[in-house]
Design a protein. Structure first.
Length: 393
């Protein structure tokens, strides 16, 4: 009866999995069947929930499948070693008896390693193989060079890099607020608390209590250049912006070429492919010309003066190859600097030498009003920026 109940979930899993295919749905249901065979108490509803969760994620990403199953199929902590063992045997082809102590092939929550086995195409892209996809069995050993420029990467390497960037953990800059909290190293005495303690303790002297300033996330504004000269970098920077938006909600993202477009609502999607598609539909001047000064002026007039840039860290991702008037760019950058907390310019042409401005007319015009110059030409520079971002504010 139990086996029959598990077999009946195949039809429901096919419906939940959408266009994942019959073989893929049966593969997921087979994983639930294998867990039950090892003694895990699973019901039909748990397997259906697992298939539904995978259908909303990236099926070709083993990390997504692992955490979807761990969330929907595991109810007790002491079942985790058995779950890891069955997962490795079912999806990664480990031999029987592969213990949970060897977790080198089990996906982890951070995924920041330098080498990954990933599909040859981006998630959601059409594969050249007409055969049905078998999860965990179609992979290529692409070694990722973290210091290789995005412009020099092959399409398969770019796909792998974007998958790594999607898992980079980002911490937004922070600022001190006016709120105060208990802090043993604070500069001010907590008179109220000490008075209450004195009343409560009667004749005993109260302990010294101090107050410190609380910290809050600082607003972050990302402005991405999607003109033709940034074609080798714009897609990767957009993926990086998507990761920032997922890490903190106080992040606003704009794209500009000859006009400025706000794409923040498009990035509020769980699936990165859907987010990229919606962002591309909103931006009408992709791979076109560049009007940096006019775009910054539009931002100041429509959003900056309304409070969006107040106290914010503004990150401009552009190569500085502007087709507009240098005076307009210099004036807009100066006005933006008076409105926001700090301007960070991320320029892929900088390379590893972030102490010298690129010799372009746009960068020479905006240079005096930039607080910090960063690169963004490879994965290593983006990861360094993600680490330093918390101290930028």
């Amino acid at each position: 009866m139990a086996d029959a109940a598990f077999g009946s979930t195949v039809a429901a899993a096919r419906h939940a999995g959408g266009d994942a295919g019959v073989e893929f749905s049966e593969h997921l249901v087979g994983f639930g069947h294998a867990l039950r065979g090892e003694g895990l108490p699973l019901g039909t509803d748990s397997v259906i929930a697992f298939c539904t969760a995978v259908s909303q994620l990236t099926p070709s990403d083993l990390a997504d499948v692992y955490w979807a199953g761990r969330t929907t199929l595991v109810r007790r902590r002491d079942h985790l070693p058995l779950y890891d063992e069955v997962f490795g045997r079912h999806f990664l082809g480990h031999a029987a008896g592969h213990g949970p102590e060897d977790t080198s092939s089990v996906p982890n929550a951070h995924g920041t390693g330098g080498t990954l086995n990933v599909p040859d195409s981006e998630p959601g892209a059409e594969s050249s193989d007409d055969g049905a996809m078998v999860l965990g069995r179609q992979a290529s050993g692409i070694e990722i060079e973290r210091n290789k420029r995005f412009a020099e990467c092959a399409p398969a390497e770019l796909a792998a890099l974007r998958r790594i960037m999607a898992q980079v953990r980002l911490e937004p800059p922070r600022r001190r607020s006016r709120r105060q909290r208990s802090d043993p190293a604070g500069a001010r005495l907590d008179i109220r608390r000490m008075a209450r303690d004195a009343v409560r303790l009667s004749h005993s002297a109260p302990a010294v209590s101090r107050l410190g300033r609380c910290e809050r996330p600082r607003p972050l504004v990302l402005m991405l250049d999607v003109s033709g000269s940034m074609a080798d970098y714009s897609r990767n920077l957009l993926q990086f912006a998507y990761s920032m938006r997922r890490a903190a909600q106080k992040v606003e993202v704009f794209c500009f070429g000859t006009r400025l477009t706000r794409i923040t609502p498009a990035l509020d999607r769980r699936n990165p492919d859907d987010a990229m598609r919606l962002a591309a539909e909103r931006v009408l001047d992709w791979d076109g010309g560049t009007q940096i000064g006019a775009s910054l002026e539009t931002f100041i007039r429509r959003w900056g003066r309304q409070g969006l840039s107040r106290g914010a860290t503004v990150v401009i991702c552009s190569d500085g190859l502007d087709r507009g008037e240098p005076a307009a760019l210099a004036g807009a950058t100066e006005r933006l600097g008076r409105l926001c907390h700090r301007i960070v310019w991320m320029n892929p042409l900088v390379g590893d030498d972030t102490a010298t401005l690129p010799n372009t007319l746009g960068m020479m015009a905006a240079g005096p009003f930039i607080d910090r110059l960063e690169s963004g030409h490879d994965l290593d520079s983006l990861e360094r920026f993600a680490v330093a971002l918390a101290q930028v504010g």
